[in-house]
Design a protein around this ligand. Sequence first.
Ligand code: HEM
Length: 399
Amino acid sequence: MDATILNLLRDPAGVPFYPVVFQGLYVLTWALHIAFVLLALGSMGLSIYGSTQQKSDSNWKLLTPHLIQTGKLSISILIVLGVAPLLFTQVIYDPNWYTTNALSGIWIFIFIYALIVGYLMYYWYYYANKAGRASNTLIGTISFAILVFCGVLMHNFAVESIQPDKWLAWYAPNGVVDTSGLNFHYDLIRLAFMVSLVIPVLGIFLQNYSDFLSTRKDFTSKYIEFTKKLGTKTAVGGLLVSAVLFILWMLQENMLLSVISLATIAGVVVLLLMAKMNKNSYITTVVLVVVALLISGVREIIRYNLMADHGYNIYTYTMNIDWPSTIMFLLTFLFLGVTGVAFILRMAWKVGKNEGTVFDGQNDKLTRVLGTATLWILVAWMGIYFAWGMFTLFKNTLV
Ligand code: HEM
């Protein structure tokens, strides 16, 4: 394929900062996105099974609503965290993403509406389960299927965008232009690997859940043991399945002996041992985060190499350094991002550890300091953001 057209599709204004930084941010934010995708689908999937058991089993009666709640929150987080890699990919791989949107335009629309319907149905599932309705399992299953379908569509967009050599054939099969926007392509092994990750992520989450609740007196040791065992079984089984699928995927990509692939396999082995021993699930989670970053890195290396082989190298993207927006972005990320996330995490931790009474953030010094700091940083951020925007706007129109 001639890369001239790909390079012509690039933004003529260039990128506002070093492409490698956008690439790094893409890897980081996609890992975060997929972590919550996996947690959402895993907890929701298990909750559907739990909804069939909860009438006769007290453990499932307690666990099922907690899983539903976990999935409900994770979906909102995965949506927010999906925006970030979407923006970064559009900065450095804009020809790819926009071509995919043209080839599969209808699927893009369907994705948005499916996500809305799937998530709304999730709330229906949540309330039906709370009210003890018999229909809850069916509603949950339909919502689950719709959300999994969203993932399959996402996979379609991702794999389509990295096959520029096939774009023309897809756009005009046998020379006849197809503007239906219904192109749908998949890579079964890659998809199976992505989906399989749901199981170990859910398992390690359950280990965290059991460790977290073990300090609370209002949960019986029988229940803690039940969730711990369930978590260990799920994590170990899931890691084995994912490891096999990862090896198959790497064989298919001819990357099995690459450093990053070997590092990922080593990471999975360490995870497997840690999950099996289950001494401290929080440390296991730290290793899981490293493995998630490696997997995200593998995806990016596949794309980078494929595109570079076609003559499209992101590192040669025209650069037009825009210091004001770069500084604004980094300061926002650092100050508002770190403080805000620390505040939310602190709140969530304290609320979860609190027994009986309602947790009041005002009475906890660190929560109070973080909350106040977040508020003031946000106020300052809004002031600077709009003042800066107005200044730029009027500077450009009046001068
Ligand atoms: C229930 C909803 C969703 C599910 C299950 C889901 C699942 C996935 C999966 C499995 C992939 C990896 C595909 C692959 O590499 O083969 C992916 C990639 C991605 N997702 Fe999502 N996703 C969802 C919603 C979203 C939303 C709402 C956004 C944006 C706002 C988003 C943004 C992205 C981006 C940017 C990628 C990377 C695409 C690329 O590298 O070409 N996702 N998602």
